[in-house]
Design a protein around this ligand. Structure first.
Ligand code: FMN
Length: 211
């Protein structure tokens, strides 16, 4: 393997000028997401969701962002998963996106609440059928075997061939309401641009951070 310490890439982005940025971080997030999609990022909505367990142990995993509404970030998952257990104990969480084609990082920190059940159900019913069956067949984060998973998938495929599809009771969505959002853009010489938005009441304060 190559010497990892010798691997280097220079980032050549245009500067991020806080005086030209919007008062709220949300239009900029929309712009960065659109540009990530246009740049051909393969999972432009993938974000690492970081939670903390009852012992204070942090844990991160990628999730797909499925919406931004009322200044919150929406994602869907199994409500009996490890992350769900963490969130029920401690609803503080973070999301981090990395768009390599654009050399941009987005860091979001805030508090999570459960999305209303009707909203999760409505989204579940729009999902591809295979994903719906897989959600029924998976006790996410529990130990299992490949055979048990295949059998469960076949069972629910058969079951829902005769029954209307519904959302499993243990499947749902969360929304993360941020109080801190940081935009990071790679720049030459590791002299990157970092613009932090901090929520102050209903407004957002912009602060430049040293790289
Ligand atoms: C790119 C990517 C997107 C993912 N999106 C989701 C998602 O939207 N929801 C989900 O439950 N798991 C998603 N996963 C799987 C999670 O990373 C994780 O394995 C799973 O949710 C179990 O996490 P937990 O045991 O910490 O609860 C995704 C994984 C990757 C690599």
């Amino acid at each position: 393997m190559k010497d990892l310490a010798q691997l280097r890439r220079e980032y050549q982005n245009q500067p991020l000028d806080e005086t030209l940025l919007p008062e709220s971080p949300f239009p900029l997030i929309q712009q960065w997401l659109s540009q990530a999609i246009e740049a051909g990022e393969i999972e432009p909505t993938a974000m690492c969701l970081c939670t903390v367990d009852a012992q204070g142990q942090p844990s991160g995993r990628f999730m797909l962002l499925k919406g931004i509404e009322n200044e919150s970030f929406i994602f869907y998952t199994n409500l009996q998963s490890r992350k769900a257990a963490h969130l029920s104990y401690n609803n503080k969480a973070a999301l981090v996106a990395w768009w390599p084609q654009l050399a941009r990082q987005l860091r979001i920190e805030g508090s999570v609440t459960l999305l209303p059940r009707e909203k999760a159900q409505a989204y579940f019913l729009q999902r591809p059928r295979g994903s719906q069956i897989a959600a029924w067949a998976s006790k996410q984060s529990s130990p299992t075997t490949a055979k048990a998973l295949q059998d469960a998938f076949a069972y629910y495929e058969q079951h829902f061939a005769h029954e209307p599809m519904e959302c499993p009771p243990y499947w749902g969505g969360y929304q993360l309401f941020p109080h801190r959002i940081e935009f990071w853009q790679g720049r030459p010489n590791r002299f990157h641009d970092r613009i932090l938005y901090l929520k102050k009441g209903k407004r957002w304060q912009k602060i430049r951070l040293a790289p």
